[in-house]
Ligand binder design. Structure first.
Ligand code: ATP
Length: 238
């Protein structure tokens, strides 16, 4: 890639009726960095991330992935991007290996490539022993690992992860953090949200704080505590 920023948000605006969910949001995520996106419930994290992932269109402003406008080049964005939503759809009667194969097929992989990619993500996420388990019979932690595996099926350079640690027990959180660190070490760019600062502070190069649809701070975890002052203390878990 020739661009220095994997993700650029330029004056993004998105309203739902009278609610301005995202209000003139701008930021950059440099290639190879891990950037945290901190904000309370309803602050606008999911809405912002969905626009970056081409799943929603801004009313105004632009989202760029590797320099490509998400609204103009959705296919290129999907090739470059792994999107991990805050919940995933499980299907009755579908095993983990079938579920991942389905996503690989949807992305146009040949049979041989599908087998290799599915094996790769199952090994990485520790799901190989559960390959024949039904996707609607998984624990929360197993489901999150499946969701991560799905996002990684085409080995994307950029990962956008919406509250991946929400609802996980401590052990599953530690495991998820380990996997995210491995992805970062591979050189992937990672943009990850949470409403818990401590969950992200050690793994992130910098943090963005969003409050009522506006970015009110961008910097280190410590600078966030100082710079955003009382707002962050009241709005999110430290
Ligand atoms: P959470 O952690 O609760 O998911 P969030 O920071 O991701 O919060 P968003 O989901 O982006 O926040 O929501 C921002 C605001 O936009 C909220 O007021 C929400 O109710 C509103 N909103 C989001 N999506 C829609 C929609 N499809 N229709 C109507 N309102 C919406």
């Amino acid at each position: 890639s020739t661009t220095k920023n994997a993700i650029v948000a330029e004056n993004l605006v998105r309203s739902f009726g009278p609610v301005r969910a995202v209000n003139n949001v701008s930021f950059e995520v440099p290639v190879g960095s891990v950037v945290g996106f901190i904000g309370a419930n309803g602050a606008g994290k999911t809405t912002t991330m969905r626009m970056l992932a081409t799943l929603d269109q801004p009313d105004s402003g632009r989202a760029l992935i590797n320099g490509y406008d998400a609204a103009v080049y959705p296919d290129r964005i999907r090739d470059a991007l792994g999107w991990m939503p805050d919940s995933y759809g499980a299907y009755d009667g579908v095993t983990i290996v079938e579920y991942l194969d389905f996503y690989a097929r949807a992305l146009g992989f040949t049979k041989a490539d599908r087998v290799a990619r599915v094996k790769d993500v199952m090994d990485f996420t520790g799901l190989t022993p559960l390959a024949e388990r039904m996707t609607n019979k998984l624990s929360k932690g197993q489901g999150q690992r499946l969701c991560l595996g799905r996002a990684l099926i085409h080995d994307p350079a950029v990962m956008i992860m919406d509250e991946p640690a929400a609802g996980l027990d401590p052990q599953a959180r530690v495991e998820l953090k380990r996997l995210i660190r491995l992805l970062a070490d591979e050189g992937k760019t990672i943009f990850i949200s949470s409403h818990i600062l401590a969950e992200l502070s050690e793994m992130c190069d910098s943090m963005l704080f969003i409050n009522n649809g506006e970015i009110i701070h961008h910097g280190s975890a410590e600078s966030l505590l100082h710079g955003a002052g009382a707002a962050i203390t009241y709005r999110v878990q430290i």
